[in-house]
Design a protein around this ligand. Sequence first.
Ligand code: RNT
Ligand code: ZN
Length: 425
Amino acid sequence: MHKSPTEQQVLQAYGWAKERYAAIGVDADKAQQQLAQIAISLHCWQGDDVGGFEDPTRGLSGGILATGDYPGKARSPGELRQDLDQAYSLIPGTHRLNLHAVYGDGDGKKVGRNDWQPHHFHGWIEWAKRNNHGIDFNPTCFSHPMADSGFTLASYDKRIRSFWIDHCRLSRQIGAYIGRELDTTTITNLWIPDGFKDTPVDRKTPRLLLEDSLDKIFAEEIDARFNKDAVEAKLFGIGSESYIVGSHEFYLGYAISRGKLLCLDAGHFHPTELISDKISSVLGHIPELLLHVSRGVRWDSDHVVTLTDELQGIMQEIVRGDYLDRVHIGLDFFDASINRVAAWVIGARNTLRALLMALLEPVGQIQALERAGDYTARLALLEELKGLPFGAVWDIYCMQQGVPVGLAFMDQVRTYEKQVLSLRA
Ligand code: RNT
Ligand code: ZN
């Protein structure tokens, strides 16, 4: 058992921390109120290594890979919801769920990729209503025979293109249905794996085909109160190392010209290229942004999000730029080598911790120093901030939100593992 601080210790530490922040002009109470308003979208696919419930015999493909075989992964929508409930109960705040099309409930029967219907998602919708989760959505354009060529919406084969156009259209409709039911806009994000292992001769035609497919998918007007569309670019995948049709420039241009949301995945760029710097670069040109907060280790490896400089950089950019209303924060990682519930909790808590750190900055003051050209004072203040008692603010926030303070969340993860996960053979 982990020894948690007592309520009195948490309060005492916070009293002192609050004064330290007040001394630099930061209201720590207000930072917590702001944090409580932010819903992050927890990705369903960490719960079962991106398997889905369409066909349990089918492996993951499409240039992404989950490694590890930690016992206890969810095998049905019911089990996945149970695991999610456990994870949400250890994460402060009220958060959304990011669902992939293949996570519908076929009630034991195999459902074809283009046969998913809104009613297959009623279990999720009812659960979301009960627990106040908004839901986001994704067409699943991988792990399917029609994607085995490595191409979907950009395929030279019209039959394949049509198949995936239909699937993406259907997904937008399901997204809108869910958004209407839950009375909160669903963000439906489109990612496809299309690309070449080796150097192509024609880089142009697949992009023209993709553009045409996208226009067909988005031709149907959908009320933006219920569904908004995002497009996600990538640099390379396993088996598509040399060329990806949906590159960053391709989708940035597409999002700008069609008024779509852009999705920036932190793992989808060169290893030293950071998405934090892209936020203010693109938000001048597109209305809203979706983030896939992830952590690549040498490549797009989708490791659990840790409290890195870049995670802090991303959240600082959102807060400093006053973009909280225009940036949707989703998580995207899948580690099958550790307890999957813990993976969600650690990644989500880190994301919130980075947000809280950003909300505890005296933004106006640092920006005034910068504008005045006082870079010495800017540096001094930024470095001083790193040593302020942020942890005491995080602890009281967790306590007041009714979730475990500190490592005590791991006790609950272990108990759940013993009582539930370990019984799944
Ligand atoms: C793949 C993309 C995409 C997926 C999910 C499962 O490289 O990041 O977002 O991770 O759709
Ligand atoms: Zn992603």
